[in-house]
Unconditional design. Structure first.
Length: 340
């Protein structure tokens, strides 16, 4: 295996000191002659030397790395990651991804680890509506993503959760459904609270009662597989009520997967027996039978905006929180008014 050339190798090849090579690399060349500068650059090219960007970043007090902490393995976060990754390239940053699996202790450990590694910033999807370590992290560039925090010192990038879930519920009500069930995630995160609010607003607007037995929580225990299982259990509950739900909304992708599994096992016909609306759009939503009606979130743009905000924080500029609009994409699974 060929040994990677070092700073010492470059200095020896150019016939100069290591300090001189360092000055050329850091563009501190005012006291160097053009001949010396050229000798160093020629040696770098000849040897194929590449500076250790991480070590150089540590010396300056930060690296070119961004930490991205996700709560689970929802494909929604992978679409966000695409926006983050492509925007990082504009600023010569790289992104490292870690998963908290909806565990607050693990989340806080990850934040501390990233800070100790002197990353340039952190994008955090928080697992609760409060943040225990926010005071000690307040001077570090952190952007909250998707979920918001009460009294947070950090800017956030989120979506219009109330409006998105309200639109989905209204669509089902307009199609004639009076028993609309909803499968919510953890009750302690802002997206759940906001989407429940949108659901209840739409029921009220259409003169429908809020029925406690139609409101279920499938994500109380957190984590990837537990949310899929929660979506499954919640759907079984909604369809086995004395007066079953005639329509169901699952408010995230993992809950939606569990719900679809339950309906398949029960041989429920969608939308003939039960109308269904999920969250997050993916290519398979269109090739599923029936095609899935979903509330689409602007995942890619959320990722891009989070990096732009981190860049502003890195440059000591003011950064404001951003809300991006959701969109209801109507396909076959929600049915039509004539089917009731």
């Amino acid at each position: 295996m060929t040994k990677k050339p070092t700073l010492h190798d470059v200095a020896k090849a150019a016939g100069v000191s290591i300090a001189t090579v360092s000055n050329v690399l850091n563009k501190k060349e005012k006291e160097l002659s053009e001949q010396t500068r050229r000798k160093v650059l020629e040696a770098i090219q000849r040897l194929g030397y590449s500076p250790n960007q991480h070590a150089r970043g540590l010396k300056k007090g930060k690296t070119n790395l961004i930490g991205f902490i996700i709560p689970d393995q929802n494909p929604f976060f992978m679409e966000i990651l695409k926006g983050i990754h492509e925007t990082c390239a504009e600023y010569d940053w790289q992104v490292i991804v870690a998963c908290s699996e909806e565990n607050e202790v693990r989340q806080n450990e990850l934040v501390d680890i990233f800070i100790s590694q002197q990353v340039s910033g952190i994008i955090l999807v928080p697992v609760t509506s409060t943040l225990a370590g926010k005071d000690k992290w307040s001077n570090f560039p952190i952007v909250l993503l998707d979920r918001e925090i009460e009294d947070s010192p950090f800017p956030s990038v989120s979506a219009t959760n109330i409006e998105g879930c309200c639109q989905a519920t209204e669509r089902l009500a307009m199609n004639g459904h009076q028993r609309i069930g909803i499968i919510l995630a953890s009750p302690d995160i802002s997206t759940t609270v906001q989407r429940r609010k949108g659901y209840e607003q739409a029921l009220h607007a259409h003169g429908l009662r809020i029925e406690p037995d139609l409101i279920t929580y499938g994500g109380e225990y957190g984590g990837t597989q537990s949310q899929i299982n929660g979506g499954y259990r919640s759907t079984m509950h909604l369809l086995n009520l004395p007066q079953p739900a005639t329509a169901i909304i699952a408010i995230n992708h993992l809950l939606m997967l569990g719900a679809l599994k339950a309906m398949k096992e029960m041989k429920v016909r969608v939308p003939d027996d039960v109308a269904f609306i999920g969250f997050d759009d993916h290519p398979w939503s269109e090739i599923n039978t029936p095609q899935l009606t979903v509330v689409s979130q602007p995942a890619y743009d959320m990722g891009r905006q989070s990096i732009h905000i981190l860049r502003a924080l890195d440059e000591d500029k003011t950064a404001r929180s951003i809300k991006l609009p959701m969109k209801l994409i109507i396909r076959e699974s929600c049915g039509t008014a004539t089917m009731m």
